[in-house]
Design a protein around this ligand. Sequence first.
Ligand code: S3P
Length: 435
Amino acid sequence: MHTFTVHHCGPIRATITIPGDKSMSHRSAMFASLAEGRSTITGFLESEDCLSTVNAMRALGAHIERSGTGTFVVKGKGGHFTAPATDVDCGNSGTTMRLLSGILAAQPFSSRLTGDASLSKRPMGRVIKPLTEMGARFNSEGGEGKPPLVVEGGKLIPLHYEMPVASAQVKSAILLAGLSAEGETSVVEPAACRDHTERMLQEFGISLDLGKADVNGRRRIALKGPQQLKARDFAVPGDISSAAFWLVAASAKAGSDVTMPGVGLNPTRTGVIAVLRRMGATIETAPVDPDAAEPLGAVRVLGSELHGTVIEGAEIPNVIDELPILAVAGALAQGTTIIRDAKELRVKETDRIAAVAGNLRAMGVPVTETEDGIVIEGGHPLKGAQLECFHDHRIAMAFAIAGLFAEGETVINHVECVATSYPTFGSTLESVLAA
Ligand code: S3P
């Protein structure tokens, strides 16, 4: 078992290189494999989740060669994959399984998608339902929409779909299937969720009809099929969800000054910066090219005193992966922090509401767990503790950061899982503790 052993540290003054964005890395491997021709991907996140996607695309016949750290050369299959000889193992990655379901729905063969214990408990009904309406056939071997999934693809019909939850994975699965259906496929998202699929599909030559969001962020995205992706090179920026751990650590520690160059600043992902600024954090961004398909820039954060806030409603999809570390920020802030409308956290890699509540309590923070969120009474001194992360990478990293503020030692067990999204987190943490 691997553990993080963490103790209180002084101000954090560092330049931290943030590895590639997980969502964009998945999409770059999938879209380049779907495309006609040869694409070179740089800045690719070589984490377990994204490598599950690379291996899945290889199993479907795409030729993907690693030519250096984070650099992959992909020879795409022009939309026509070959039937996999064995099960396609999606590991811990919900993004791999859900987006791949959309791609496989249109392929004229059957594939079996499997995952680890955590993925095998996650709801796939949300993609099975619309993709079945488009003509694909699914068998949920785990029952009630749970993996393993057998996908029998074929000729699809277009679909107009109002998503019941704001999920970028569901939106992406439907749009990817829609590429092969004759006519217009559209998805309405109830609140803005990450739009990497829309931005990157356009980069790969696809025409999309992007509706305007209404006041609540409700928006329609449509495409006319059939359309074929064209190869192109793509540089993946740093993952703001990984940067979030250092944003919170540095903003809550007086005297800190941390710069992270080349971080993705897509507005559907920068909610964590907005929330921390609302809590009193000093964060500057220096966008390199705001008109780029995927904007990026340096992010600098200075130590401040944080105060509590409310995180709710349409802001939730924009911070969905950052809520565990924002809950830790709430514990470090003066006053009360309320997170609500975040029921989706219960169906992530673990039940993140229960995991955050239990670990904060173990560190001496008064919290109230609600059905769709958590209320945190901030400003109490944190005590070191022995904590579990429930094989969830973001819980492991969020509580390693909490340990930097606690009195005594904090040990987080079973932290192997951080390799799914941020394999170098442990070494960066060590350098912060050693400084
Ligand atoms: C992701 C979308 C989000 C997020 C996940 C990655 C993606 O999930 O939590 O880590 O790459 O599309 P949902 O869209 O299901 O909320």
